[in-house]
Design a protein around this ligand. Sequence first.
Ligand code: UD1
Ligand code: UDP
Length: 377
Amino acid sequence: MKPAFVFGTRPEIIKLAPVIRAFLDRGVEPLLIHTGQHYDYEMSSVFLEELEMPPIDHHLEVGSGTQAEQTGLAMIKIEKVLVDERPDVVLVQGDTNTVLAGALASVKLKIPVAHVEAGLRSFDRTMPEEINRILADHASEVLFPPTEEARKNLEREGITENVYVVGNTVVDAVLQNAEVAERKSDVLERFGLKPKEYVLITAHRAENTDRRENLERLIEILEGLPTRAVYPMHPRTRGRLEEFGLWERMASIENLTVTKPLGYLDFLKLEKNAFAIMTDSGGIQEEAIILNVPCLTLRYNTERPETVKAGGNVLVGLEKERALGYLQRLLKDGELYRKMAGAANPFGDGKAGERIAEILMGLYKEGKLKVKSSKFI
Ligand code: UD1
Ligand code: UDP
């Protein structure tokens, strides 16, 4: 069997690593195709190294651009590789432009697509990620929703065949690396942080960073933080802050350490030891509940509603009063803190990668990996 993985961004590398490893453990060597959507060392190579991934077979060097430029160029380059390599199945993960490009290029070549983390919906079609998720799901032959809730989203859209609820591979990644991170990373010492005495911040989503007024609202929240905080900053956010002339203001916030993006081991250690996390990231909302850290999400909706229902995550948007109010409550109200920190992880047992490999190998053996007609294309 010849599975191909198409990925290109930080979270895809982290969340696909356990699936790649599961194939390798079963004696199957997958083809690795990196679109190059993320290209800085600290957005890509650091994860390939830390997670001990095998060498990439095809580097496509797509880079940055508009939505269409990035997706289109990735499609063109992926298609060439797939024509040459003819894999049996193409795996994509999540909701980035790389995922859409990989899914479209493959399905049009009649190569089955397997979508890892299928069925997530924010129900907000202004997000590029929401469009990518919907289209990738409808182009896929095999779908791996992480939760029952995600499966139901697929069912509502008429997708019921070859759908397997397997958990989220983010749990596999956390379980495989948290202990190593705790042991190996000296990130707390480097930044002079004490466990449970700081807030970890990340924000990079287009809706929070592409408009000046939204970045100003983010800064106002951070200026009001009652504790130490650390913000490993995505290059998109740094770029926008500079463009809007807001970088100096962000960088001079007292008590806030702004750093470059960090490797996975450093970041996991920062998450695990944080008092609370404020983020607009999808993966970090998941990791927070897995690591028992209260999460305040700097968004107005989430495609991870399971975290909110479980009680570990609260949507605070870019509302200063609400965000800082919650943080103050967490500082004062031990019972609320324990409730949020103790919320049950809804994303499974950390064996999602193994299940995905087993299921795909089983389908392949039975001759069942074949293209189904798609509603959208
Ligand atoms: C993408 C995904 C988003 C995901 C995020 C993970 C889409 C539509 N969005 O957003 O869902 O949460 O990845 O981090 O696919 N840049 C660099 N160096 C890099 C990569 C990017 O400087 O290595 C800068 C460039 O200025 C670029 C900007 O960041 O224009 C945005 O990068 P891009 O890949 O388009 O989107 P992300 O914001 O990273
Ligand atoms: N992450 C990291 N270093 C950082 C920030 C994030 O290793 O400086 C990891 C984090 O642990 C999570 C993933 O990157 O696994 C989340 O990526 P991101 O927030 O960029 O994307 P999203 O999940 O929102 O698509």
